[in-house]
Every structure is written in C-alpha cells, then in structure tokens.
Design a protein around this ligand. Structure first.
Ligand SMILES: CSCCC(=O)/C(O)=C/O
Ligand SMILES: [Fe+2]
Ligand code: NI
Length: 179
C-alpha cells in the first residue's frame, strides 16, 4: 500500500484512490505494475549480478516499452541499494540532499522500499512511501529528495530520457531563493 505523508502536519493519505488523486493533482505519474512477474529467485534479492539485472529488465520489458513509447524514454537500468552496496552512505547522502533534474525521474520499485519527498504545488513537501510494484515519476524541475525506509534496502528500475537530463542539480534557482 502506498502512503503519502504531508511534512510538517499530521496528515496521512492511505486510501489508494485518494493517493492516486493526490499524485495526479501534483502531476506525479504513479502506476502499479504486476510484481508477480518478477522471477521468484529475484524476490527481495539485493546482491544482483549484471545477468540478474537483465533478468529484471526482461521481466518488465512490456511495461518498460509501453511507458517509454508513451513518454519518450530511451534507456533503463537497475539500481540496488543495501548494506551490500559499496559507498551506500555516500550515495544516500547525495540522494537525501534536495535537488531537481531537467528530465523527469522515473523509478519502479522491484524489492524493498523507498521514500520520495517531493515539493508540492503549495511549496510543502510530501513523502511518498513506495513498495514493490509501484512506479513513480518525479516531474522535471521539481525539488525532491530520496531516502530509504526502515528496511534500508531497495532495488529499482530507473527509466530515463538522457543521462544529462538526469544529473542532480542541488542549487536552487535564484528566483526560488527567498531573501
Ligand atoms: C529508488 S532509486 C534511488 C534514488 C535515485 O535514484 C534518485 O535519483 C533520487 O533522486
Ligand atoms: Fe532525483
Ligand atoms: Ni512492504
């Protein structure tokens, strides 16, 4: 179940229809893909060989092709973050710093959990708590950051237009900096 928490308030949205409506109002793409397509040997597996990463991409090939045709994405890969990941702390420190990208940021959660914290249209950040089978796209130029959940591990498919459009831009635009 995907849950949204509005930061700085006690507001939690856990009704799935309301979650979908909330994200749609924020122009955040949210989809659920059938996670049962993941081969059993890869369930909750975090130390992945490049062959196993390809197996994940193959398992969701139809869905990846479909969204790529709809949205113009050109490439995909698989990222795994867990205590087995070299430089996990450094990677998490970077993901955890507020930033934006010039392309949208598409992530499909395969195993584990993750939390995207996204700046809403009213300026208030909201947390999206994601589970296996959830796909999210943070819109281009929208400030956000990412953190792991309590299990501290995730496998995700990353789908993108270009590597350049996906570079994190940490600094805020001058116009966004309040005096
Ligand atoms: C779920 S993938 C890890 C987060 C990430 O790749 C990213 O770019 C966050 O902004
Ligand atoms: Fe990002
Ligand atoms: Ni769970």
């Amino acid at each position: 179940m995907t849950v949204i928490k509005i930061q700085g308030t006690n507001e939690v949205i856990d009704n799935q229809e309301e979650v979908i409506q909330f994200l749609q109002d924020q122009d955040v793409i949210y989809e659920q893909w059938n996670i049962e397509k993941l081969p059993v040997n890869l369930h909750e597996k975090f130390d992945l060989s490049s062959e196993e990463k390809d197996e994940i991409l193959n398992a969701f090939d139809d869905e990846i092709k479909d969204i790529s045709e709809r949205r113009g994405y050109k490439a995909q890969d698989v990222i795994s973050l867990s205590d087995l990941t070299p430089n996990l702390d450094q990677l998490l420190q970077n993901f955890n710093r507020e930033h934006h990208h010039t392309d949208d940021e598409v992530r499909f959660i395969v195993s584990g959990h993750g939390v995207f914290v996204i700046q809403g249209k009213d300026g208030v950040f909201f947390e999206v708590h994601l589970n296996p089978g959830d796909l999210i796209s943070v819109p281009e130029n929208i400030r956000h950051y990412f953190t792991l959940s309590e299990d501290k591990k995730v496998v995700a498919v990353r789908i993108f237009v270009t590597q350049e459009g996906w570079v994190p831009i940490y600094k805020k635009e001058e116009s966004e900096i309040k005096a």
